[in-house]
Ligand binder design. Structure first.
Ligand code: ATP
Length: 202
């Protein structure tokens, strides 16, 4: 089984590239989605996060409001570090368990999509690390238009992460997503074929 990690800054195109890899036959593990599951009542991170951040992130029905949590941590580096210390080991365990499961099922290519793959030190789990990049003005436009963030919120989220330059240093492939979707598809397929993941070519 080959394992590709897909990471990159916020709004850099990780999800789009991962979707294209899925279309090519990869099985996807979405670290963000695992994090969301862990934060649900009964999830393994729920008590710790609800206890630490309290009423400011809790809905009347007890659900953790992830948007409120994001607003807090993206404006407070110590809170972000604290949240990451709770979440990363738990997400890492679940990623490893799914990888074992897919290995057992004979899956050929697994993609781990994780915004903080490098920061959480999961690079040892992957054979390849694809880093998605786009110019900052393009990312800002995507965040403001796509996610409805204000310019200031979008900038705060970009600054809360490891810089694009740092991420690229760890990359085995850099995918520039500042192009049409058709062109991006071609770029991803090109990388895929270069590595002969395409079973028709073996
Ligand atoms: P996040 O960190 O918010 O999860 P991401 O890195 O996963 O973001 P995407 O969700 O893939 O990024 O892309 C952000 C937005 O930009 C989406 O609305 C997506 O449709 C758009 N986008 C990405 N790549 C392209 C492209 N090449 N052409 C047009 N739109 C694009």
């Amino acid at each position: 089984m080959r394992v590709i990690g897909v990471t990159g800054g916020i709004g850099s195109g990780k999800t789009t590239v991962t979707r294209l890899l899925k279309e090519l036959g990869a099985v996807v593990i979405d670290a963000d989605k695992i994090g969301h599951e862990l934060l649900k009542p009964g999830g393994q991170a729920y008590q710790a996060v609800a206890g630490a951040f309290g009423r400011q992130v809790l809905e009347p029905d007890g659900l953790i409001n992830r948007q409120k949590l994001a607003e807090i941590v993206f404006n407070s580096p110590p809170d972000l570090a604290y949240l990451n210390r709770i979440m990363h080991p738990l997400i890492g365990d679940e990623v490893r368990s799914r990888m074992e499961q897919y290995q057992g099922q004979g899956v050929e290519v697994v993609v781990i999509e994780a915004p903080l793959l490098i920061e959480a030190r999961w690079t040892a789990l992957v054979d390849e690390l694809w880093v998605t990049v786009a110019p900052e003005d393009v990312v800002l436009k995507r965040l403001e238009q796509g996610m409805g963030l204000s310019h200031e919120e979008a900038e705060a989220r970009i600054r809360a992460q490891l810089s694009q330059e740092e991420k690229v240093k760890h990359a085995t492939a850099v995918i520039d997503t500042d192009c049409s979707l058709g062109e991006l598809k071609g770029r991803v397929e090109g990388q895929w074929r270069q590595r002969q993941f395409d079973s028709r070519q073996k």
